[in-house]
Design a binder for this molecule. Sequence first.
Ligand code: ADP
Ligand code: MG
Length: 328
Amino acid sequence: QNTIDKIAAGEVVERPSSVVKELVENAIDAGATAVTVEITDGGKKLIRITDNGAGIEADQIPLAFLRHATSKIEKVEDLEQIASLGFRGEALSSIAAVSQVELITKTPSAVSGSRYIIEGGVEHSLEELGAPEGTTFLVRNLFYNTPARSKFLKSDMTEANYIHTLMEQLALSHPEISFKYIQNRQVKLHSAGNYSVKDVIYSVYGRDITKALLDAEFENDFMKITGFVGKPEIARGNRSFENYYINGRYVKNNIITKAIENAYKGFLMQHKFPFVSLQMQMEGNDLDVNVHPAKREVRFAREQEVYEAVYDTVRRALTGKEMIPKVS
Ligand code: ADP
Ligand code: MG
């Protein structure tokens, strides 16, 4: 069991930012409206994640750390949808297999909270404890028992930057949640959680970017897109400004990237890449499920329609005119 978990952990937990991603996604799934992430030393020493979500019942805690013991499958009738959203039930077991985890949690109905300690996949204790409603995970000394793996980690600064970028993406994809990110005791990001994407863009990118945005909107029977595209003058020399989200997840996809960049043709010089922040909604069964859930890549059943929708959205925002899209 423990060895299998350690091996499985390699799939899910590659670096500190993977721990943050999985635990924040759990907090979001638990209905949290505020999530605080605090790290020291690039997340190698300590990652602390606090949410105000539903909490975990005391008797459910050990189960949550078993592989494939997800509570989510029963809530989603469509198996394909489960796979596409990454409801796999292996994050907690994987993280606990390669670190020292302390969990403090309380549900609204419970009289007291619980504290659970599991290290290297071995349970140490489960006790009652006064605690606020919600959940706090402390993940200490990631890969302490898999030294080969820890050698692949980069410098504290680089690992911290991965987490910082991830937190920005999470904040941008969930404007309804207030995110706070603290790196070595310094607050690096604090979003309001007031549903305004523009306010999050302001928190993440600052005033000059926020002032140079054009509204983007699209809707047909297949997908809905809202968001912002940047004026050409705020373009960058790399693609880090091209961000889009599908059903609340930050994703990567070549078709969408191509549609965005083609829509900017004639507006940008070569080797310049635009600012876009697009929130897309579509039916789960139009998303291809045969992609690793821990990865950002997605594919579509109806690629051409996705291309045209994105191209049209961006082009109209830029030009104010209807355009006929074409694939190149
Ligand atoms: P999955 O998210 O795929 O269900 P995980 O291993 O990530 O699997 O989590 C296992 C279970 O632990 C979840 O299904 C959920 O019931 C519970 N859980 C984990 N994190 C939280 C949290 N922050 N708040 C409430 N419940 C949580
Ligand atoms: Mg999870």
